[in-house]
Ligand binder design. Structure first.
Ligand code: FAD
Length: 436
């Protein structure tokens, strides 16, 4: 994205990618008539992303999930709908009277966030209740970060909530204030993918970049020359070559970035390497619809940790978007692992698919074994915006400022969602252009 923005602005770019294809974890694959998303399943259609799609000529390939598709959460063995509006929240059976009272207290009362960093768990308990943390916030945190709410920082992982309380003394009033302040027509939140999967975006960007994309090349070394330019060594299975660059943008995961930047200055490594990642296994199972008793009418479901299951949640892909499964079949994608169950990804593919089937079958009244199965392991799936993340990023920015021409982009900076990564990539490109 960043390379595309720079090329569009007339800058000569070279995108170096270690693997045979660009796109990283965005990976859409067709197998046995199923369209699988091995990484992200869908994305929020921000106005920036929509604009980019229009510019790339792929807007007509965008698909939108049914806006009212219910989301469920597993409570006492039953899939209960998540309340999607304030009135639905107050009438929902999912939460008890004291949680509803805590919400009312937030609307009419005033609280102040503590001076230091606070975990998501501590924040929800302070403002609302243990029940809200267990039944709604914890599962939501699993869905976005595959994270542990006791470790994630509210300021870094959900800055809007922190800012809302800080500015208004109330989350609800603060969020309304932010929404009111936004200029232009109100954006309707949408959940999107493309007819041929999320990777359409990557393919369109790669096509625009053309020969500027160099795959199967590892960025292996970096050296700052006396004139301020950088000599970068690229290694492929066949050879090693050096390129000279005025600016280098690291869009690599933090451990790779730390290793390379430490060649310029030892202070980078201790800032980047402690950043934890959650490991996630993505298990896609296909079933004949006639064998599934549940209507699968909705987005899917999330599982509170207190339910005692190992699955984090399941997306009902074929209910959200057309073309995900052959006629008469359903595609269900389940996530296992995350920060609260790191050993799950040590299971074999067969163990994982058996585990997922055994846990989802009773919930969805599935009567037979899956007709199709695919397991993808992501040992470093999602960066964790844990306590201290904000301070670490501030120190990192300070260190980077001592190296004009070095820039960072990626999912550990502004949020892990695709929309946030796109926003970060464009912001980084703008920073680069200031120095051109
Ligand atoms: C399982 C899973 C589910 C997700 N679900 C969603 C979702 O539903 N919605 C959503 O919005 N987001 C989701 N996300 C998050 C989102 O997809 C990612 O945060 C985002 O795509 C990461 O982009 P990135 O470019 O920062 O990192 P990556 O995709 O990790 O890209 C890093 C790239 O660097 C390359 N590289 C590494 N080392 C080198 C080197 N030495 N030289 C050259 N290249 C190198 C890698 O090959 C890779 O291509 C999900 C992520 C995962 C893993």
């Amino acid at each position: 994205m960043c390379a595309y923005a720079l090329q569009k602005a007339g800058v000569e770019v070279l995108l170096v990618e270690a693997s045979p294809r660009s796109g990283g974890v965005i990976n859409s694959v067709t197998r046995d008539g199923f369209l699988l998303e091995l990484g992200p399943q869908s994305f929020s259609g921000t106005s920036q992303l929509r604009g980019l799609c229009a510019e790339l000529g792929i807007a007509d390939q965008l698909l939108e999930a049914p806006p009212k598709a219910p989301r469920y959460v597993l409570i006492d063995g039953e899939l209960m709908p998540v309340p999607m509006s304030p009135p639905a929240f107050f009438t929902s059976k999912l939460i008890n009277g004291s949680t509803k009272w805590a919400l009312a207290r937030d609307i009419f009362g005033k609280t102040t966030p503590p001076d230091g960093d606070e975990s998501v768990g501590a924040f929800v308990r302070r403002k609302f209740s243990d029940q809200l943390l267990d039944r709604l916030v914890g599962p939501f945190v699993s869905g976005v970060y595959a994270g542990d709410p006791e470790k994630l920082s509210i300021r870094s992982a959900f800055p809007m909530l922190y800012e809302a309380e800080k500015a208004s003394g109330s989350i609800v009033r603060g969020m309304f204030r932010v929404a009111k302040k936004k200029k232009g027509p109100r954006e309707r939140p949408t959940l999107n993918t493309f007819r041929e999967g999320n990777e359409t975006l990557v393919r369109a960007l790669s096509a625009k970049l053309g020969n500027a994309v160099l795959t199967q090349n590892n960025m292996a070394k970096i050296y700052k020359q006396s004139d301020g330019t950088f000599e970068v060594t690229l290694e492929s299975s066949r050879n090693s070559e050096s390129v000279l660059a005025k600016s280098v943008i690291f869009a690599t995961p933090t451990q790779v970035t730390a290793n390379l930047l430490s060649q310029l200055d030892g202070s980078f490594e201790p800032l980047l390497t402690p950043l934890e990642y959650a490991a996630v296994a993505v298990v896609s199972l296909g079933y004949r619809k006639s064998e599934v008793g549940h209507s699968l009418d909705g987005f899917g479901f999330l599982v509170p940790r207190s339910a005692g299951l190992r699955i984090l949640g399941t997306v009902w892909n074929s209910s959200l978007f057309p073309g995900r499964a052959p006629d008469g079949q359903a595609l269900l994608t389940t996530f296992v692992g995350g920060a609260t169950d790191p050993s799950a990804v040590k299971l074999s593919g067969e163990e994982l698919s058996n585990l997922v089937h055994s846990e989802i079958a009773p919930l969805l009244a599935i009567k037979s074994n899956p007709a199709f199965c695919n397991v993808t392991m992501w040992p470093r799936a999602l960066p964790q915006y844990n306590l201290g993340h904000g301070e670490r990023l501030a120190s990192l920015a300070k260190s980077i400022s001592r190296f004009p021409g070095i820039f960072l982009t990626g999912n550990y900076l502004r949020g892990p969602a695709i929309g946030s990564c796109v926003e970060q990539a464009f912001a980084t490109a703008e920073e680069v252009l200031k120095g051109v």
